[in-house]
Write a protein that binds this ligand. Sequence first.
Ligand SMILES: [Fe+2]
Length: 158
Amino acid sequence: MTPHIGITPKNLKKSTAMLATILSNEMTLYVKTRKFHWNISGNSFMELHKLFEEQYRILEANIDEVAERISQLGEKTIGTMKEFIDNSTLKESPKEYASQKHMLEELLENHEQLVTEFREFIPAFENDDNNDIGSADFVTGLLQQHEKMAWVLRRYQV
Ligand SMILES: [Fe+2]
């Protein structure tokens, strides 16, 4: 049943399509951060092993929030690996095992890319013909979390 919350069906679809992209990217970054948690080695092993766990737990919580928001806006939520890959703008690197330095750089770049993309999505949720201020506010909260995770990763760059 379509939610009657002052947003047209067309705009609900527009919002949920943007949220599906966000969901896919959160999932891609979650899987990547877990891979790095499992494969980190070097002189900062335990510190980064724990840092990556802390960050993938944040991403895991975000994934659930984004998916349930899509459902709240009346749309089915994608939930297969293929759909996540097809809808993700972040890239994976199969069979590659990055050094500690490159793991930190890649995660930082990915978080910064998401922050940049969210900055474009947020006004689109609440532009002239779409009044989805709930999603705009929600994604602003996600943006702030990614800004903070990026800040932590950036501090390792010397
Ligand atoms: Fe673990």
